[in-house]
Design a protein around this ligand. Structure first.
Ligand SMILES: [Zn+2]
Length: 440
């Protein structure tokens, strides 16, 4: 039995579980014209959800298993809450928080005690995860359940080992997509935001990392799931380096605590992108002169660092990869996208320094840390490169270690509002960081 996790049973079916309080509710409410789903929150027109046998189902969340008006959602809660667990809360992380990180970590602990939701706006490379350790330790100590959820599988994979290393006794479980561990008891869950649809008032502390990322941002179903997954007395912490206007507005309207950390862990400023007008970038793989010009830029950046090249779509990425392999035979070049079955291996090889040049779609925009890289964005005016995505991509550079002359280049044929806003935001955050450093 997993506390707070919903199971589907037929209406009226007897359910017993010793030591648990059982909560049951109708899975699908059938109204006059609409169906309202208790699991995903979607409203569907009745005729759209009608089955031949005469009853109804929710088409919006059918991929999680069909839910009909003959079903109920059952959730179990422990009758006797877990006693305080000092030993599982013992944090094994041996690093040091900076003074500013410490202040924010403490603010998170206070918000948790006061039952206040938090938006933590911390720049890329500021060490967000480590700032969470004290509040996670508090929740574990109190015997409470915690989830760290993120829209991105890659981010889950990167977070999980770090949390396991910090809290080796916390029975941490990793769940995402199809390649997940099966359900078992846990105190700390690391999962994709989709997995939250399986929970009803299950967590006392719910941390949403990279909340502005696709597919979470603007997804009603996932927002509903996030709200339902946390206990009524629980606290949600939203972490992001690039909050959307909508999230900031929500945080203000609902009186969350908004915490800001504009300074990176190593106290150096964010790298300001260099913009270059590049006419005809779309034909770059086919035009020898353009290609040689691009090679020149790559070779220049490769003198100090390895190189990540972000492309606006997958087909373009592959043709550019092929063209570059032909003109740069001595360089190790690879391409990786979300559709790539070997993506994890390729990303790992990049971490290990195997590739000189890795071409990628926006899949690597966030959540991954490579040492010593420079970044080029080709076709930065393309719609996939929103302001947030551009700020995130620029944030891949100069993440850790000594300064390595990493550079960020935006190549485009047309300067968009997103490009201008991204530059403005990076400048603004750097100014804030300087001001904080002076105050200190
Ligand atoms: Zn549904």
């Amino acid at each position: 039995m997993i506390e707070g996790k919903q199971t589907v049973v037929k209406s009226g079916e007897a359910v017993t579980a010793e030591g648990y309080i059982i909560h049951r509710r109708k899975a699908l409410v059938v109204g006059h014209q609409w169906l309202i789903c208790a699991r995903c929150g979607e409203q569907t027109r009745k005729q759209k959800g009608q089955l031949p046998a005469g009853f109804y189902y929710c088409p919006a969340c059918v991929s999680y298993g069909r839910l009909t008006d003959l079903d109920e959602l059952v959730t179990y809660y422990e009758e006797n809450p877990t006693p305080p667990l000092t030993e599982v809360a013992c944090c094994q992380w041996e690093g040091q928080l900076t003074k500013q990180q410490q202040q924010l970590a403490q603010a998170l602990q206070e918000a948790f005690i006061n039952g206040q939701n938090v938006l933590l706006w911390a720049v890329t490379g500021s060490g967000k995860t480590e700032m969470l350790f004290p509040v996670i330790a508090d929740a574990l100590k109190a015997g409470l359940k915690i989830a760290v959820a993120t829209p991105r599988i890659d981010v889950c994979r990167e977070l999980f080992p770090r949390l396991v290393a910090a809290f080796p006794l916390a029975e941490t479980l990793l769940r995402y997509g199809k390649a997940e561990e099966s359900w078992r008891g846990f105190r700390l869950l690391v999962c994709t935001t989709h997995q939250l649809l399986h929970f009803y008032r299950g967590f006392s502390l719910l941390i949403i990392d990279e909340s502005d990322a696709f597919p979470y941002e603007g997804n009603r179903q996932l927002a509903f799931a996030t709200q339902q997954a946390v206990k009524t007395s629980g606290v949600s912490i939203y972490l992001t380096a690039t909050p959307t206007m909508a999230l900031l507005a929500k945080a203000k309207a609902e009186n969350w605590q908004i915490l800001q950390l504009p300074q990176r862990y190593h106290q150096r400023p964010l790298i300001l992108p260099q913009c270059r007008f590049w006419e005809g970038w779309r034909l770059l793989p086919e035009r020898p002169r353009q290609l040689l010009r691009f090679r020149k830029l790559c070779e220049k950046l490769l003198q100090n660092n390895r190189l990540l090249v972000f492309c606006p779509n997958i087909a373009y990425m592959h043709s550019l990869a092929q063209a570059l392999k032909a003109v740069m035979p001595s360089r190790k070049i690879a391409a990786v996208s979300a559709q790539d079955a070997t993506r994890e291996e390729k990303v790992q090889k990049m971490r290990e320094g195997h590739w000189d040049l890795l071409l990628t779609s926006t899949v690597l925009e966030r959540g991954v840390t490579f040492a010593d890289v420079s970044v080029i964005v080709i076709g930065a005016e393309h719609a996939v490169f929103t302001k947030s995505v551009l700020v995130q991509i620029a944030g891949r550079v100069d993440r850790k270690g000594a300064f390595n002359h990493g550079q960020v280049w935006f190549l485009f044929q047309e300067q968009t509002t997103s490009i201008r806003r991204a530059l403005k935001e990076i400048r603004h955050l750097n100014r804030l960081a300087t001001r904080m450093a002076v105050k200190k």
